[in-house]
Design a protein around this ligand. Structure first.
Ligand SMILES: [Zn+2]
Length: 419
């Protein structure tokens, strides 16, 4: 056996080289034509598969798509690759909306596939043509769909609101489509889009309006955080950078800590006051949630709920928990009180100087006498809140309260509704 094989091998290798080449060229030509024909046939019958492949669809996705009818396949091929194509094929027969499903899903990643399909079917069957009729461009419709429900679109169409009308309000944090009518009413008076949206969505920012919902502040470290009944701090919130300002402290005060930035600003104000002969003293600064709760509970025991709430902030609703607020007094006031006299910081020379100059150091008088209906707190000529120099200057120039600054400038904390 071994011998025969060897012999056969020798036989093949004994062909002359010229003859072997000629035969090969013939064969290659024939094979070439056949291969080209076969490829041609394969391509002809699988052009769609090839196109799908080039778009980036996986083999199993190609199979799903190729199970559809020709014009449906063409529809899919006319769009960019859709990552969730198998979901759309499984859930909906509206192939012409697959691209819209994909786009809507990318805007609302937490939605279920079924919800995406029913929403887009509803929106595109019932509202999109009418919105176009009102002048909405495709891009504008998609801008609206970033936050609008089908119900919101229905509302816009009922009211015939154009995109130009809603756009400036949409930019404000807290915007709700179905409040548009109210926004426009407020805007007519205030001429400010931020104000219109925020006072409508969070009416309690002005304290004479009732608090119907309360929210927990999610970014309490922000120095512009508006803290009041309605916008409240978590019981666990303790500022991370509390320090003891290098400023004298009243004899019975055991809470003189402030956030570093506010503490430095207070030291600066204290030094300038000293150089002018005014002697400022800290009466109370950072108070923990537990401290505030204890104070509130003591008042609650002494008086009724309404009286207690009018005298002390609810736990979580006190600015003192931010570490950005300070109740000031002065050496002169402390001395008068020690003698048994009545003395209020606001009436002292120091108090008058601080009220006039605090903004230069980044502080504002937080609860002025005349505006307790807005702040919800009676006259507190000793309570100053740090907001930083730029904002304090702006508030000073406009003669605003912190509430008004927040409303006009569209500044509200990041919040979560309490259940
Ligand atoms: Zn205070």
């Amino acid at each position: 056996m071994r011998f025969n094989r060897g012999k056969r091998y020798t036989y093949y290798s004994s062909y002359s080289s010229s003859r072997r080449q000629r035969i090969r060229w013939d064969r290659i030509a024939i094979i070439g034509v056949v291969v080209a024909l076969v490829i041609g046939v394969i391509v002809w019958f699988n052009l769609s598969r090839l196109k799908l492949l080039f778009k980036g669809y996986s083999f199993s996705q190609q199979n799903e798509i190729l199970s559809l009818e020709g014009k449906e396949i063409d529809e899919i091929l006319s769009h960019e690759k859709m990552d969730h194509i198998t979901d759309w094929i499984k859930t909906s027969e509206n192939v012409s909306y697959y691209d819209e499903y994909e786009k809507y899903f990318s805007l609302h990643k937490d939605l279920q596939v079924k919800v995406v399909v029913t929403t887009i079917d509803d929106v595109f069957n019932n509202y999109v043509a009418q919105l176009s009729g009102l002048g909405y461009t495709n891009d504008q419709i998609w801008k609206v769909l970033e936050t609008a429900s089908a119900n919101d679109l229905k509302y816009l169409l009922e009211k015939q609101y154009t995109y130009t009308q809603i756009e400036p309000y949409m930019k404000v944090k807290g915007f709700v489509f179905t409040d548009m009518e109210k926004y426009m009413e407020v805007y007519a008076q205030k001429k400010n889009y931020n104000y219109a949206v925020l006072i409508t969505t969070y009416p309690f920012i002005i304290s004479e309006n009732k608090v119907t919902k309360t929210y927990t502040i999610q970014n309490p470290e922000n120095i512009l955080t508006l803290v009041k009944k309605g916008f409240q701090l978590a019981d666990s919130y303790v500022p991370s950078d509390l320090v003891k300002p290098n400023v004298p402290v009243a004899p019975d005060c055991d809470n003189s800590m402030m956030r570093k930035e506010a503490s430095e600003a207070l030291e600066e104000m204290y030094k300038e006051a000293e150089s002018l002969g005014y002697h400022l003293v800290i009466n109370s600064a950072y108070r923990s949630y537990a401290d505030q709760k204890k104070t509130y509970d003591d008042y609650f025991k002494k008086y009724d709920e309404v009286t207690a709430a009018s005298l002390v902030a609810l736990p979580g609703a006190s600015e003192h928990q931010t570490g950005l607020s300070v109740d000031l007094t002065s050496t002169s006031v402390i001395q008068k009180k020690a003698k048994g006299d009545v003395a209020v910081f606001g009436d002292s020379e120091e108090g008058k100087w601080v009220e006039k100059n605090a903004y230069r150091f980044g502080f504002i008088l937080r609860f002025p006498l005349a505006q307790s209906s807005i702040t919800g707190i009676g006259n507190e000529p000793w309570h100053f809140r740090y907001v930083g120099k730029d904002v304090a200057l702006k508030i000073h120039e406009n003669n605003w309260l912190l509430e008004e600054y927040c409303l006009y400038e569209g500044v509200i904390p990041n919040i979560k509704e309490n259940q």
